[in-house]
Design a protein around this ligand. Structure first.
Ligand SMILES: Cc1ncc(COP(=O)(O)O)c(C=O)c1O
Length: 381
C-alpha cells in the first residue's frame, strides 16, 4: 500500500525544464544563473535583503552560529520543541543549548524566556552571563514551528538590550508573515540578526536539499558568502586566509527551487483550504481539536496537528492511521529529554512535556485530496 506522507513534494511547474537547462548549459555546481534567479525570487517573496544560499537548513544554522560568534563554552537559548538540527548546530560550534518551554503554538515561550533573562542572567562588559553556569549567552534561537510565527517582539527587544544575537529558524515558515504589531508585514526569518530557511523535500517548497540564510547586515552576509565558498581570497592562486566550508547551494538545486517558488502562492492557498477542511471535519469529533495558528500572523499552514484529550488513545490512533496508509506521528520528542542533551540547562519546562503526549501530526501535503482527509477523519473517529 502506498503511504500518504505528512508533507510530500509537489511538482507541476517548470522543474523539469529548468533542470534540463542546467545540464544542457553545463552549469550544475556552485555557480550558474539559477542561483541568482532563485535568490531574486526568494527576495521578492520575503523582502529579506542579504542572502546566502546554502546546501541545507542545518548548514544555514551552523554558519549563522559561527557568524554570530557563538563558540566553545557559550550558551544559546532555544525552545525544546524543534527539529534536532537546531540543537545540533549549537553543538557543532562547541556551545550548549539552554532549553526553554513552548507556548500554545509550540513556539518558544516568550514570557518564560524574558523572565529567565531578567532573573537568571547578568549583563557585564557587553555580555550576558548565565548566573548559574557563569557562561556567556551569545545567541537565542526562535523557531517558527510548523509554520507558526513565534512571538518575537519582546524577545527582539531584550536581545538588542543584552547583546544577544537573535537567530530565526524559519525552516518551516516560508510564506508566514506577521499581520500586526511592530513587525507587521515582515516575513518570518527576516527580523533577527540571521534567519534560516530550509528547502528539504518535506517543506512547502523544495530544492531537493537546500537552504538560505538571511542576514540583517551586509557585512555578515558578505562574510557568510565568503565562508560557504571555501574562504577563497584569491581565485587564481587559491589563497585562503581562513578556514572555509563547501556549503554553497548548487545551480541544480536552485533551478528546482526556482520552479517551486514560482508556485508558492498556489501551494499556500491549497494548504489553507486543507487546514479549513480539517478544521470543519475535526470539530465534529469529541475530544479532538485542531491546533490553531496565531491570529497575529498570516500562516503558511505547513502542517496540521490535532490534540487528543484522552492521551492514552494517542498511540492507538497513530497506529491505526499508519496501518491504513496515512503517515502520522507525535511532534518531535522534546530535546531536553534526548540522550545527548539531558545534562543541559533547562528552565521551567512543562507544556512541551504535555504536548508530546497529546499532539498528532497529520498528512498535510499540497497534493492531499479532501476525500483522503475524510478517510483520515473516519479513522480518527
Ligand atoms: C525547524 C527545523 N530546523 C532546521 C531544519 C533543518 O533543515 P534541513 O533539513 O534543510 O537541514 C528543519 C528541517 O528539516 C526544521 O524543520
Amino acid at each position: 500500500m502506498k503511504q500518504i506522507g505528512l508533507h510530500e513534494p509537489f511538482f507541476t511547474g517548470k522543474e523539469k525544464k529548468y533542470l534540463i537547462k542546467c545540464i544542457d548549459e553545463n552549469w550544475v555546481s556552485s555557480s550558474g544563473k539559477f542561483l541568482n534567479l532563485f535568490q531574486r525570487k526568494f527576495q521578492n517573496i520575503t523582502k529579506g535583503k542579504f542572502l546566502s544560499p546554502v546546501l541545507n537548513g542545518t548548514i544555514g544554522l551552523h554558519i549563522s552560529m559561527i557568524q554570530a560568534g557563538v563558540s566553545k563554552n557559550d550558551e544559546v537559548i532555544v525552545p525544546t520543541i524543534t527539529f534536532v538540527a537546531t540543537i545540533n548546530s549549537i553543538k557543532y560550534v562547541g556551545a550548549s543549548p539552554l532549553f526553554m518551554d513552548v507556548d500554545e503554538y509550540l513556539n518558544i515561550d516568550e514570557q518564560k524566556t524574558i523572565e529567565f533573562i531578567e532573573k537568571k542572567t547578568i549583563f557585564n562588559n557587553g555580555y550576558t552571563y548565565n548566573k548559574i553556569t557563569g557562561n556567556k549567552i551569545k545567541a537565542l534561537v526562535v523557531v517558527h514551528t510548523f509554520g507558526n510565527a513565534a512571538r518575537i517582539e519582546k524577545i527582539f527587544e531584550i536581545c538588542k538590550k543584552r547583546k544577544i544575537k537573535l537567530i530565526e529558524d524559519a525552516a518551516e515558515s516560508l510564506g508566514t508573515k506577521y499581520n500586526s504589531g511592530k513587525f507587521r508585514n515582515k516575513h518570518t526569518g527576516t527580523i533577527g540578526d540571521f534567519g534560516i530557511f530550509s528547502f528539504n523535500g518535506n517543506k512547502i517548497v523544495t530544492s531537493g536539499n537546500g537552504g538560505i540564510v538571511v542576514s540583517k547586515n551586509k557585512k555578515d552576509s558578505l562574510k557568510i558568502n565568503y565562508l560557504i565558498s571555501q574562504a577563497k581570497d584569491d581565485k587564481i592562486n587559491f589563497i585562503h586566509n581562513e578556514v572555509g566550508y563547501n556549503y554553497k547551494l548548487s545551480n541544480i538545486s536552485a533551478a528546482l527551487g526556482l520552479a517551486q517558488l514560482e508556485k508558492l502562492n498556489l501551494f499556500i492557498k491549497r494548504k489553507k483550504s486543507i487546514r479549513d477542511y480539517y478544521k470543519k471535519k475535526i470539530e465534529t469529533i469529541k475530544g479532538v481539536k485542531i491546533l490553531e495558528s496565531p491570529k497575529y500572523s498570516q500562516n503558511n499552514n505547513w502542517l496540521n496537528l490535532v490534540q487528543i484529550s484522552k492521551k492514552e488513545k494517542m498511540k492507538k490512533i497513530i497506529k491505526k492511521l499508519n496501518s491504513n496508509g496515512f503517515q502520522s506521528r507525535p511532534i518531535w520528542h522534546p530535546n531536553h529529554m534526548q540522550q545527548s542533551f539531558k545534562k543541559n540547562y533547562k528552565y521551567k519546562i512543562k507544556k512541551a512535556e504535555e504536548f508530546v503526549k497529546s499532539i498528532i501530526c497529520l498528512p498535510s501535503s499540497v497534493s492531499l485530496k479532501n476525500k483522503q482527509i475524510d478517510k483520515i477523519i473516519n479513522l480518527i473517529k
